[in-house]
Design a protein around this ligand. Sequence first.
Ligand code: NIG
Ligand code: FE
Length: 417
Amino acid sequence: MNFLVINIKELIQAEPKARLKVCGKQMSKLPIIKDAFLYVEGGRIMDFGPMEDMNTKGERYFSMSTKIIDATGKYVIPTWCDSHSHIVYAGSREKEFVDKIKGLSYEDIAKRGGGILNSAKLIQKTSEEELFEQSMVRLNEVIKLGTGAIEIKSGYGLNTESELKMLRVIRKMKEESSVKIKATFLGAHAIPSEFKEDHEGYIDLLINEMIPVVAGEELADFIDVFCDKGFFTPEQTERILMAGIKHGLRPKIHANELALSGGIQVGVKYGALSVDHIEYTGDEEINCLLETDTMPTILPGAAFFLNMPLAPARKMIDAGLPVALASDYNPGSSPSGNMNLIMSMGCINYKMLPEEVIHAVTVNSAYAMGVSEQLGTISIGKSASFIITKPIPSIEFIPYSFGNNVIESVYLNGKLQ
Ligand code: NIG
Ligand code: FE
């Protein structure tokens, strides 16, 4: 199917030569074409430019078979890339939410068998089919909210059988959904209760049993470790990452959410594609990230939901770093996958400019999940995965109108969702 979107008020992230990531000051400048068209064929972006080019190109594109979509007053933007999520989970954890309101901390809840271990118990009891159904509901919801790519982690299984169950569910979601999905093995999300007194035993299981099977069955693209106070130490993280790398899994890690844990340094040392959370980031961590291939990724939903200190986004960008934003959609610390809300939080809480948050949820988050070739910008040959907004006054209006839906339609690979 071919179609032409015409009279677009502004075509956002329109880049003839797509950038892989956008750093520092560049993050506040968005490539925009005003009064633009976008031509799609076979699910790919084939051409775009100012409407005045229609004088010369019109004959070619306005053929009988071309469907025309008039976007007068509307913005066209690449779909959001959500580079960090845990949307495959069973049930929900609103009881812990109430415990937190009453004063317990995330760590208190984890210590008494709640938190991640609670989700692990639920996953172990849930069938693969049921887990798939529950996860697809969430996936379909986030598509409507503009998400066109999502990274999904295991990590609520915490034994070989259940970790594989989660990863098979992610694989089935990849097969059945038009959303681009990347899978991450996060067996090192927590120490399961049976290994409470034998952490090394669990690390052995991860390295010698789980990672080889996961990689052998090609169930994951990346490896993740929760490198933080009370979870995995930098030294344990190194060993797990090395095993993953040996099996072809690039690291993407949970780092510095609860403390200056050394996680950022370990991630950089092992060439992580991203280090995520990073609430605890000081000058040393910023310097360590400069000039590397690791994308610092902030998860505003988790910091908001857990009332945690905020990652120093402004300082990072001002130092010349790129920043990506992702939802961290999970039942314990961020039960929402609404990337529009994440953008508003980026502006309101982290003092990022609207242009910066748009970079952070498109080109930079596409990089952070390894999908830059197909997504993240409006560039020729990339997937025709884009959002058409409702008529809105400006691009700043998107993060400004927090909690409201400014999206009129979502196209994934050229198909209206
Ligand atoms: O990214 N920080 C570690 N893991 C998740 C939380 C998981 C949970 O509480 O269920 C996160 O925030
Ligand atoms: Fe997470």
